[in-house]
Design a protein around this ligand. Structure first.
Ligand SMILES: [Zn+2]
Length: 302
């Protein structure tokens, strides 16, 4: 069910569209289990490392194999790296991550490791930041992230999501649960009011933006019914909102289950486009091919 091919497709499309060159992509280092332990309990990390099917691993809705666990650890390593890069450059997008349903003591909903929380906790632990925020715009509530940071005043959690849908809701610092069929205007109206307030009031020094593609209108799991244009405006509200206040921002991909995977890829590529735009690195659209002048008649020779 989880479309893993989207990662490669987003990467390839960024190159084909001239938005990125191969050298613009940075690969994360080998995952460090100590990073994972900053968020997840020792028993749960042990279950994952030993591939034990327990009450802590059974709700993942995923198989439990070494390749999959290594994959989730690597996603966390990628979000840690993206957080570091964003602190240097202002914006760094992780073409992966966003596994916001994983809690400190169990996995669920396609998520074993909460890479969002791991990235933030690593930055806090390394004293690179003192406050962070999670702006979660996936279709589903960021229940794991909300629970992990429930008692941590350093991290503000915000989630805007479809209310009558998985998961059972936890309490974020701010939740906006939207009705089915909300659409572009209702969604972005709420978001446009919430984001500036969060950034001004909490003053995060880093924002992880969970940019799920599943609020899209043709998503198989949801019915928030946003268009690609509406989702691009969503990206702008968050990414530009952070960047113009000098707040480093890390978009991560999270969910996306459109009937046609190319739609999911379009939504994610548009998020990358907004990152490039705020950095002033968006290539100019290719000029229309010049109309060829008709070949001249060969000069007559007498
Ligand atoms: Zn989702």
């Amino acid at each position: 069910m989880f479309p893993t091919d989207k990662y490669r497709l987003v990467h390839d499309r960024l190159i084909v569209e001239g938005l990125a060159k191969p050298e613009d992509f940075v690969e994360p280092p080998e995952p460090n289990p100590d990073d994972i332990r900053l968020v997840h309990t020792p028993q749960y990390v042990d279950d994952m490392l030993n591939l034990r099917w327990t009450s802590r691993t059974v709700r993942s809705e995923l198989p439990l194999t070494w390749e999959i666990i290594q994959g989730y650890f690597l996603f966390a390593s990628g979000t840690v790296l993206a957080c570091r890069l964003a602190l240097e450059k202002g914006v760094a997008m992780h073409l992966g991550g966003g596994f916001h349903h994983a809690s400190q003591d169990h996995g669920e909903g396609f998520c074993y490791v909460n890479d969002v929380a791991v990235g933030i906790m690593r930055m806090l632990k390394d004293k690179l930041i003192e406050r962070a925020a999670v702006i979660d715009c996936d279709l589903h509530q960021g229940n794991g992230t909300a629970r992990i940071f429930e008692d941590d005043e350093r991290v503000y959690t915000f989630s805007i999501h479809q209310e009558h849908l998985y998961p059972i809701k936890e309490r974020s610092n701010l939740d906006i649960g939207l009705d089915d069929e909300a659409g572009d205007d209702v969604y972005n109206d709420h978001l446009g009011k919430a984001v500036p307030k969060i950034l001004t009031d909490h003053k995060p020094q880093l924002v992880v933006y969970v940019a799920g593609a599943d609020p899209f209108k043709d998503d198989q799991l949801g019915s928030l019914r946003l268009t690609k244009r509406g989702l691009a405006l969503r990206d702008r509200i968050v990414i530009e909102g952070c960047h113009k206040r000098g707040i480093p921002v890390v978009p991560v991909l999270a969910g996306g289950y459109a009937h046609d995977t190319q739609d999911t890829v379009d939504v994610h590529v548009n998020t990358a486009r907004e990152c490039l735009r705020v950095l002033g690195e968006l290539p100019k659209p290719a000029a229309e091919p010049a109309v060829e002048a008709p070949a001249e008649e060969p000069a007559k020779t007498e």
